[in-house]
Ligand binder design. Structure first.
Ligand code: GAP
Length: 513
């Protein structure tokens, strides 16, 4: 089995074993692509959400929050284009009877070619060391040039065919590239067909009077239909933003890869309303700002890249993804879209109400243009969790599993451990917890030898272990152990809050942006 697959399997089993993520309704054998966040997962997820919210809403005077309902008037989805155009191109394999997204089959093929080029680059890097000039190598090495040109050609053709709705050409591309069913190797494909991703539901007590509704496939439309309410009640001046986090639902056809592609998931979206004509300036601004936010978490610059879209969604005049190096390769983590005035104009048209802003500086009314940033909370979780999970070999040859989560996101910030379960040490430990719990999530653990307790906290991602021993009773000092270095310092109990705060405060992390 490939190493990547091993790493990914490890991520999934660690998430379950240590109480981060469980399959939904597991007693009934689960529900495909639906997951529950367990006691530690819910804390990590909450911290990621808060880290995003603070950077968007608290740190920007001109961005405010919103929590719109999941159920919306059904005309919303007609106006937004989702009823007519929120489709995925599907293809079935006639032999295996398996169903795939045709675009994903082609994109995975293109990514494999990219990986071949990357392998050549990595090999040369290892050979030439510090003297290696990557840019020069990419533009002069014949093999790399060939791989990258092929990748570009495939991606561009896919973009063109999807953009033009030419599904026959998507099938032709799959056949020309000789793409096989990833599970069986069969190349016996059906034609490509469109499939709408929205989940339908009904509102109302009786079948005759029930109204057909959809579970929202994105949170963004709740922001658009509230644009004028927020602008007026908040006396907001363009440019301004509305931020929202919440559940979205998509009947994904190929729901694989754990929490990467789910049927029920959470988005963190911000719509930034700007003057028409200024959208490209703001698009560049948000593209850069959002990457800085990701980088502030310290998961490694090399794990991110931009992917500028060839194929634009029906509402966009520019779009880019921030891709992350997941255990199964680079994939979309966040989308930044210049959505023009498409959504507000469409809601004006379908509702018959004006959704315009009076700009006092220009002395005119207009429908603002919108730049959107949209990141999946579950994908953020997976990026952070998978990258942080490490298997380390220690100096004495033993190994440890450590979840090196950014301390600001860790579910529990410190565990307090009495060295033994007697002599008053548990009581002192409880007193320390009573004091720290006002500011931080802290845990108590007295079971097993202290070394095993350290390992357990390492696997949970807890940045600090505080050990109370007999010396504590004499001089009010404890040892504080740092998760990543395993270094232990003897400090006064009164210093603990300051030490923890310094490592976990959102301010210190966000200031790295
Ligand atoms: N409002 C724009 C929008 O919804 P999108 O690219 O379809 O754009 C935005 O989705 C983000 O939502 C993606 O970058 C991804 O992180 C997340 N996302 C989309 N579909 C998802 C799914 N099925 N499961 C988990 N996250 C998903």
């Amino acid at each position: 089995m490939a190493k990547q697959e091993d790493i990914f399997k490890n991520v999934v089993s660690h998430a379950k074993e240590y109480g981060f993520i469980f399959p939904s309704s597991e007693v009934y054998d689960g529900l495909s692509a639906v997951y529950d966040y367990a006691q530690n997962g819910v804390e990590l997820k909450k911290n990621i959400r808060e880290y995003w919210w603070k950077s968007m809403v608290q740190m920007n005077e001109n961005i405010v929050g919103l929590d719109a309902a999941i159920l919306m008037h059904p005309t919303t989805w007609k106006a937004s284009g989702h009823v007519d155009a929120f489709n995925d191109p599907l293809i079935d394999n006639k032999d295996s009877k398996k169903r795939y997204r045709a675009d994903v089959l082609v994109e995975d093929y293109a990514e494999k070619i990219h990986q071949k080029a990357q392998k050549e680059i990595d090999k040369a890097k290892a050979r030439f060391g510090d003297a290696f000039n990557e840019q020069e190598f990419i533009t002069t090495n014949a093999r790399v040039i060939e791989y990258l040109a092929k990748e570009k050609e495939i991606r561009e053709r896919l973009g063109r065919s999807l953009g033009a709705g030419d599904l026959d050409d998507v099938k032709a591309l799959i056949e020309e590239l000789e793409i096989a069913d990833p599970e069986t190797g069969s190349k016996n494909w059906t034609d490509v067909k469109q499939f709408n991703l929205m989940f339908g539901t009904k509102l109302g007590a009786s079948a005759e009077n029930a109204m057909d509704l959809y579970l929202r496939p994105e949170t963004a439309q709740g922001i658009f239909v509230n644009f004028l309410n927020v602008q007026k009640s908040g006396r907001m001046k363009v440019p301004f933003g509305i931020a929202q986090t919440g559940k979205a639902f998509r009947n994904e056809i190929v729901a694989r890869q754990f929490i990467f592609r789910m049927r029920e998931f959470e988005q963190m979206e911000m719509q930034f309303f700007v003057r028409p004509g200024e959208e490209m300036k703001w698009y560049e601004h948000w593209k850069e700002t959002r990457l800085k936010w990701h980088l502030s978490l310290g998961l490694g610059k090399e794990n991110y890249r931009y992917h500028d879209h060839e194929k634009l969604a029906h509402y966009a005049n520019a779009a880019a993804d921030i891709e992350f190096n997941f255990p199964f390769g680079f994939k979309e983590l966040e989308g930044i879209h210049s959505r023009t005035d498409f959504d507000l104009k469409a809601h004006e048209e379908y509702s018959g109400r004006k959704l315009q802003y009076f700009d006092p500086e220009l002395n005119e009314n207009y429908v603002p243009y919108v730049v959107e940033t949209s990141v999946g909370l579950d994908r953020m979780f997976l990026a952070v969790f998978a990258t942080s999970l490490k298997e380390e070999t220690l100096e004495d040859g033993s190994t440890r599993t450590v979840l090196q989560l950014p301390a600001v996101l860790a579910p529990t910030k410190a565990a307090v451990l009495p060295l033994v379960k007697k002599d008053g040490l548990p009581e002192v430990s409880r007193k320390i917890i009573e004091d720290l719990k006002w500011d931080f999530n802290v845990a108590y653990d007295e079971k097993d030898a202290v070394g095993r307790r350290y390992r357990r906290q390492d696997a949970l991602g807890t940045p600090f272990c505080i050990t109370v021993d007999h010396q504590t009773l004499e001089d009010e000092t404890v040892t504080i152990r740092h998760r990543d270095t395993m270094k232990q310092d003897r400090v006064k109990i009164a210093e603990l809050r300051g030490i923890i705060e310094n490592e976990v405060s959102m301010k210190n992390w966000l200031m790295k942006m």
